[in-house]
Design a protein around this ligand. Sequence first.
Ligand code: NI
Length: 184
Amino acid sequence: MAIHKVLRIGDPMLNKVSQMVEDPTSAEISQLIQDMFDTMHYYDGAGLAAPQIGVLSRIVIFGFDQNPRYPDAQPIPETVLINPEIELLSHEQESDWEGCLSVPGMRGKVPRYKKIRYTGLDQHGAVLTREVDGFHARVVLHECDHLDGILYPQKIENMADFGFIEELQQHGRYSPAPCDSGHE
Ligand code: NI
């Protein structure tokens, strides 16, 4: 088990563009992926990108059966996506609340494309491609933004829709699970 510190917004590492991974099956990358899962599980994240633990490689992980931070979300299979590419399947967008382990205790309303196809390599170097929509698409778009140095607050349209979970909840704007801010 290697749980890493998750870098927080303000750390310039989170604003950098990550590099393509040359060999997804190397021992170094396998260890990195294991550490990313350990860290994501510990913090109950829905996803994690390598730069969030200080490694500028184009790797994201995501997925959960049931996530206490997003109790209403449909399950997403645990997935490793290396050198991901995203294709839009529709130009339709929807706005919803989003959080990030690098922006602890906060939520913001972010517009995202509803339907995408993502393609990349898995941890065995095999090509993985899926067509997804809704929360699954949102999670992947959020994680892939990290690889280009973009955090979700940069994509909030109306900054009035950004705030601390406690305040949003107190004013009935957002309903998190009790452990929503547990490890954050
Ligand atoms: Ni994030």
